[in-house]
Every structure is written in structure tokens, then in C-alpha cells.
Design a protein around this ligand. Structure first.
Ligand SMILES: CSCCC(=O)C(=O)COP(=O)(O)O
Ligand code: ZN
Length: 252
């Protein structure tokens, strides 16, 4: 980030002109990246009809960028974005004609409890079908792409996150949907307690929330999980349980 970016994100500069928070030509600045990714996710059929969303915390200044509610994701402009302070308790920038995404309380829970740097919410049909196939948790074993997902353990020497192994089972909790997104907050907190290492949760008949320490990681986790959910549906259709042991595939 340049000295100019430091100036624009300074408390006094923000107070004088909250639009300073979105003034950046850097494609990786959250204000620009949210718009780029929302458009990509729309074209993946993950966020059509205004569904889904993304929230990113600025890695240097800790401001939270969140999309407005009910806006077509493929048409999102950075001027449409809300910006909150580090824990989401204060709105720093608010566009005139919108309200913040209904997912904002859920994003805040992920930022504040899971120390997330970004959260992706999609209405992926793979997530919805998996929520109808599986009861309390989505499970898939012994597939190469599982290695893209963190195990929750860290290497005691390097301090780096350790990924799941090919021989592990990926488990993603499933919670029940509610009439309004903000009513899911208590279920999110229950998942955080019961599955302290999970980086995602599925909402039955609704979609999936995936978080990570950075938007780059959250994007990778989301893509890997979506691939694994699609594969699990195909295995299920063939009568092969997605968590069947290696070598047992022909028994079904
Ligand atoms: C037709 S989408 C219904 C709301 C929803 O589930 C969602 O993900 C989008 O909510 P937002 O308030 O961000 O538009
Ligand atoms: Zn949703």
C-alpha cells in the first residue's frame, strides 16, 4: 500500500470523506475485489438473483467491507459497498439507497469469533443438494482435493496451518435454515463451539458460508469444497457413499 492509501484510510480523512475508504485502483483492495468476485460468483451460478455475498476485512487497516442487500451481484459497484470498523460495531461508510447485506451479523460472527479475514456466502446448488442428502454433516473421504482444506492443526515448528490429508474425511456441519438470515447467528455460534476447526458451514436448503484468514484462502476453500460437494452428489447418484473406504467402491 502507498502513502496515499495510508492517508485515505486515516481516521480523520475517513471522517471528512467516507468515500476515501473506497478510493483505490489496486485490484486487490477489498472495495475492488468484492465487485470482481461477486461478478465471478454470479457467472458460476453461485450468486444469481441477488443471492449470496462476500465480506472482506482490509488486511492492513482492519476495516470490514460488505455488500449491500438485494443488489444484483454481477452489477455491484464499489460505490454500493458499506464499510464497518474492525469489529463491525460502527458503520464508517454507508451508500444512500441501500441497507447492509442481511448476512452482516453472520459475517461479523465469523470475523470476531473465527478471526476470519474474509467470508464467502453462495447459494451453490451443490451445497443445497448436499444438505438434502446428508443429515447433520457433509462427509467425503479420500479425494485428492480434500488436501486444499485446513485440518485446524498448526505445525508446532513453523506455526503454519496443516491441511487435511488425502486419507482424512472432510466434515462440514449442516444447520437448519430460518426465515431471515440474521436468525442464523445462534446456530453459527453453536457450530463454532462444536466444530472449532471447520472453515465452512452449510445452511440446509439455502447455501454455504466459507471463511478463511484471507480472501485468497477463503476463495480456494470455497472452490475446493464446491468441487467436493459436486463429486459427492455424483458418487451418491452412483450408489457409492462419498465417505466409503478406499477399495470398497465396488461393493455398492
Ligand atoms: C434471494 S437471496 C435471499 C437473501 C439471501 O439469502 C442472501 O444470501 C442475500 O442476502 P442480501 O441481503 O446480501 O441480499
Ligand atoms: Zn443466502
Amino acid at each position: 500500500m502507498s502513502d496515499n492509501e495510508d492517508f485515505l484510510h486515516n481516521e480523520e480523512a475517513i471522517r471528512q470523506d467516507p468515500d476515501n475508504l473506497i478510493k483505490s485502483n489496486d485490484p486487490n483492495h477489498p472495495a475492488n475485489l468484492i465487485c470482481t468476485l461477486c461478478e465471478q460468483f454470479y457467472h458460476n451460478n453461485w450468486c444469481t438473483g441477488t443471492a449470496g455475498g462476500i465480506s472482506i476485512k482490509h488486511s492492513k487497516y482492519d476495516h470490514i467491507y460488505v455488500a449491500p442487500s438485494g443488489v444484483q451481484k454481477e452489477k455491484m459497484k464499489k460505490e454500493d459497498l458499506f464499510v464497518l470498523n474492525h469489529d463491525g460495531s460502527k458503520i464508517l461508510r454507508s451508500p444512500k439507497f441501500y441497507k447492509p447485506s442481511d448476512c452482516t451479523p453472520l459475517f461479523k460472527a465469523c470475523f470476531n469469533v473465527k478471526n476470519a479475514g474474509a467470508i464467502i456466502h453462495t447459494h451453490s446448488q451443490h451445497a443445497v443438494i448436499c444438505s438434502l442428502i446428508f443429515k447433520d454433516e457433509f462427509r467425503i473421504s479420500n479425494i485428492e482435493n480434500i488436501k486444499a482444506i485446513p485440518s485446524g492443526k498448526t505445525d508446532p515448528v513453523t506455526g503454519k496451518s496443516i491441511a487435511l490429508s488425502y486419507f482424512d474425511t472432510l466434515k462440514i456441519p449442516i444447520i437448519e435454515n430460518m426465515a431471515h438470515e440474521n436468525e442464523l447467528v445462534d446456530s453459527f455460534h453453536e457450530v463454532f463451539k462444536k466444530y472449532p476447526h471447520t472453515t465452512a458451514l452449510i445452511v440446509r436448503r439455502h447455501g454455504i458460508f466459507v471463511w478463511g484468514p484471507t480472501i485468497e484462502k477463503a476463495k480456494i476453500f470455497n472452490e475446493a469444497i464446491d468441487y467436493l460437494m459436486e463429486l459427492a452428489i455424483k458418487m451418491y447418484q452412483l450408489g457409492i457413499p462419498p465417505d466409503c473406504p478406499i477399495g470398497d467402491e465396488q461393493k455398492y
